[in-house]
Write a new protein. Structure first.
Lengths: 232, 291
């Protein structure tokens, strides 16, 4: 879904979200409360500059609007794959963004992630995956790596991986698999404004994803193994 | 005088045993319990009885600490469902038992692609658990010196810690040079050019740019000494600390010379004789940092 259509469905005219290149930011109103909106579009790669732009919005929200909810709009092809970004410490810039979002959560800001188009790998860890809860639209695409590239790295044939990804949520791209594994809390359908309203009300403040993954059957061991460590 | 033992050449378990006070390491979910990946078997890929990560408690200079080490020799230290869950449980236990510090000997290519989706979520859970430990005032120290470096999601996790120790042969970054070369060509990043790879991601560069706090030789005793010194390096995350971090990163980006040349960047940092850095040992590089 185009971000303009999405923000329209979420907020009607009650927002000033705009795109500076691939960087989305602005403020919206929902039920009389302001919400910070920050994210990206055009499947943007997340490099040092994009990570810092997004972190700036989160820091300004923390400093100027204590408690204001934050909506992260995710559409990324993953981290910027450039030598310059590596040289300049892209992992540090992304960690910084993650730490900003994390501090916002700890200081009582509700932080909701929404994958409205595409989410890949590193670009997702420090956005939707570090929110209180991450949601997705049904047509969104979430994956770590495309199957041909995965076949190169793992030395498992494309045909075999394609085969596995049909019934194994561990491999298959796609929103439903992330829901089954607990990484995505729910898929938003119907009235998106109502979905957001409900998320702001119900999103957990603790990390419940391993629990959800076990309950939904997509990730059966994560929660049990963590509990075994505590009991050992 | 004792003989120097290479940290890089030790296994994960050897590193832990040599890092902490003698005979104090106690492992949780050891190989005998065979807590393994359910996904690798399905692919016909060999499993490890510890899923490539060793977790437990020990004493360090007499202080009770939690220690964990990723085994680079198994799937490059990649994080799968069980591997990640062991780290998450280990950090949740730290929240309960309140050790003096949590030490992670990171060696990882990031998400284990064989368990792609589960691995990605697991890395995210590790990151959140680590930040919970820091928020509880328990210092998290990351040590990097294995041959596989610390990449991908674990490269992000490392930069969420209080304190990062690297050897000059260690590497810390996001994407591996092979992935960048495969995407944008050999002109963008020649993954076989070892000098270029280390100038871009290696311990000396990370130290000169302030991305790690301590630079040491590839030596077990040096890692132990740095780990002990790190016990007192707790630093709470606050709006003030994040604003300072933001200024540093924004200034670095604004002032960086065009292109991706490490030596030009070090010169811009104000490092004297930047061109000589690749030939210097860790002690000489330590004397040059100005950031």
């Amino acid at each position: 879904m185009q971000w303009q259509v999405l923000t329209g469905q979420l907020f009607g005219a009650a927002h000033d979200v705009k795109a500076d290149g691939d960087f989305l930011h602005g403020t919206a109103q929902l039920d009389g409360a302001a919400i910070t909106v920050v994210g990206s579009t055009n499947h943007a790669p997340v490099g040092v500059a994009m990570a810092l732009q997004q972190a700036r919005v989160v820091l300004d929200t923390l400093a100027l609007h204590p408690g204001r909810a934050i909506l992260l709009l995710v559409d990324t092809q993953g981290q910027q794959l450039r030598r310059r970004d590596e040289l300049l410490g892209i992992n540090r810039a992304m960690a910084h963004l993650g730490c900003c979002v994390d501090l916002a959560r700890r200081q009582g800001h509700r932080v909701i992630g929404l994958v409205y188009d595409q989410a890949l790998s590193g670009g997702f860890i420090t956005s939707g995956l570090i929110a209180d809860a991450c949601y997705a639209l049904p047509e969104a695409e979430i994956r770590v790596m495309r199957i041909p590239a995965m076949a190169r790295v793992t030395k498992i044939s494309e045909a075999r991986l394609a085969d596995l990804s049909r019934d194994n949520p561990v491999f298959a791209p796609g929103v439903q698999n992330y829901v089954a594994m607990g990484g995505v809390r729910a898929v938003w359908t119907g009235d998106l404004q109502d979905c957001l309203r409900q998320a702001l009300r119900d999103a957990p403040r603790e990390d419940e994803r391993a629990h959800d993954g076990a309950l939904r059957g997509g990730r059966r061991l994560a929660q049990a193994v963590a509990e075994r460590v505590l009991a050992a | 005088m004792s003989i120097s033992i290479s940290y890089a050449e030790c296994s994960a378990r050897e590193r832990l045993n040599r890092l902490v006070d003698p005979a104090t390491f106690h492992e949780w979910l050891p190989p005998a319990q065979r807590v393994m990946s359910p996904h690798l078997a399905q692919l016909g890929v060999p499993c490890a009885f510890d899923d490539g990560v060793v977790i437990g408690r020990a004493n360090l200079a007499g202080e009770p600490v939690f220690v964990a080490a990723q085994e680079g020799a198994f799937m490059g230290g990649g994080v799968g469902e069980v591997h990640g869950a062991k780290l998450v449980g280990w950090m949740r236990r730290a929240l309960r038992d309140r050790p003096a510090a949590v030490l992670l000997l990171a060696e990882s290519g990031g998400v284990r692609l064989h368990e792609a989706n589960a691995g990605l979520i697991a890395v995210s859970e590790v990151m959140r658990a680590l930040l919970d430990v820091r928020a509880a005032g328990i210092p998290v120290i990351v040590l990097i010196g294995g041959a596989n470096g610390c990449f991908g999601g674990m490269g992000i996790v490392a930069r969420c810690a209080d304190h990062v120790v690297m050897s000059d042969s260690g590497r810390l970054a996001m994407s591996g040079p092979e992935v960048i070369e495969a995407t944008h060509g050999v002109e963008e990043f020649d993954a076989r050019d070892r000098a270029l790879v280390w100038r871009t991601t290696g311990g000396k560069h990370r130290y000169l740019s302030g991305d790690c706090d301590v630079l040491i030789d590839d030596d077990m005793q040096a890692f132990r000494a740095a780990a002990i010194a790190g016990l007192t390096r707790a630093s709470a995350i606050s709006l003030g600390s994040l604003e300072a971090e933001h200024r540093l990163l924004a200034d670095r980006l604004r002032n960086a010379p065009e292109g991706a040349d490490a030596i030009a960047l070090w010169q811009q940092f104000g490092v004297a004789d930047a061109a000589q850095v690749p030939d210097l040992d860790a002690a000489a590089v330590r004397a040059l940092r100005v950031v």
